[in-house]
Design a protein around this ligand. Sequence first.
Ligand code: SF4
Ligand code: ZN
Length: 269
Amino acid sequence: MGKYEKLIEKRVQKILKKLPREPVALAMSGGKDSTYLAYLLDKLGFNYDIIYFYLPIEPHTTKQLQYVQKFSEEYGKKLVICDLRHINILKASKLRKRPICSVCGLVKRYYFNKFARDKGYGVLLTGHNLTDIYRFLLINLAAGTLEYSARNLPINEPKHPRHITLAKPLFFVPESYIRQEMEELGLPYYKEPCPYSRDVKWKAIVSFIEEQSPDILYGSVLHFVNKYSNLFLKEAKFKECSVCGEPTSSEKGICSYCRVFSFLGDKKL
Ligand code: SF4
Ligand code: ZN
């Protein structure tokens, strides 16, 4: 194993070692990042099941699912499907005048916690990599919303009894490394981007920087998390949403998911 490969595995292990000893699920999309993470966890002897969050983005998600099924069969992993195809993301996006990705992200965050917890998992892993995290940091820096990045940590611990631990083991692993590893391993994965995928400009900016040196991404994210993220964090008090019972820090007592979906048609909310 090369020096850099060892370093990367150390970064991943450091996060995995801090996780609570509870049943773990991996949110797998069939794309390169979550497939690489699934492979790496297996290689490291880490025990996990797979959850596929089945979004109403056809035929994209059905094709993704085929890759996830193939992986789980070959590696002998338990696969649980969270079927979200009945959720009308497009309608909500139009009615609430919010970008599709913003509504889709809201749905995913809500069900990541709710579905995994209801299935008995205490930890959910996702395949976000260093390049994603750095891009999010730059976007928030430009928009003056660094508090969002401050909440986006390698491990998000529960803040309420109905929360589970959410963790990103590839938080410090650059996308270029994952792509190269996947090519060398020859592992099949779903290559098509989501039809609603945007932020082309930010992707181009970040890949230019990453081509110069992935260490720029690593240093920026590491220092932000260790030295600055605390400055942007406000102590949020969580209570149960008065509509669905899921945890929310909203002062109105209604979670963001219910504000978008429980009252579709009621534009006041
Ligand atoms: Fe959802 Fe597709 Fe946007 Fe990702 S790119 S948040 S899957 S709509
Ligand atoms: Zn709610």
